[in-house]
Design a protein around this ligand. Structure first.
Ligand code: SF4
Ligand code: SF4
Length: 124
């Protein structure tokens, strides 16, 4: 579980559990979730040629995770939850670098209708 607590303006403490949220994983259409070359080497080294072979052309001449018709990454959805990542331990660098609670994360969540008022209150 990835859980990060941050203060948002009102000094209220909120938590982000990426494996339950998965909102940014819904934005994979048109090769938007990039996969750098070193990730491809890593997938192959770890015996996951299937992931390396599944990649599609993304922006900036890089490869990207493929998306379903609804825009979600094809690796979203696991026995642990529909929003969880099925390849979480070896997910891409882009996935790891999107920091829970960051401005980009909050924008994704707001766009999905998950504003701060609907976040889990982890405060006392
Ligand atoms: S980075 Fe933010 S939007 Fe993405 S899964 Fe984590 S909490 Fe959700
Ligand atoms: S690989 Fe996993 S973490 Fe990355 S976008 Fe796809 S489902 Fe999300």
């Amino acid at each position: 579980m990835v859980e990060v607590s941050v203060d948002i303006q009102s000094a209220k403490t909120v938590s982000f559990d990426c494996r339950a949220c998965g909102v940014c994983c819904h934005e994979a259409s048109d090769g938007r979730i990039l996969v750098p070359a070193e990730d491809i080497v890593r997938f192959r080294r770890e015996g996951r040629d299937d992931i390396a072979s599944s990649l599609v052309e993304g922006h900036f001449s890089e490869m990207a995770f493929p998306a379903r018709p609804d825009g979600s990454c094809v690796y979203q959805g696991a026995p642990t939850g529909k929003n969880d990542c099925s390849i979480y331990p070896i997910r891409g660098t882009t996935c790891r670098e999107l920091e829970p609670g960051s401005r980009q994360c909050l924008e994704f969540r707001r766009y999905a209708g998950l504003g701060p008022s609907r976040l889990k209150d982890a405060g006392p």
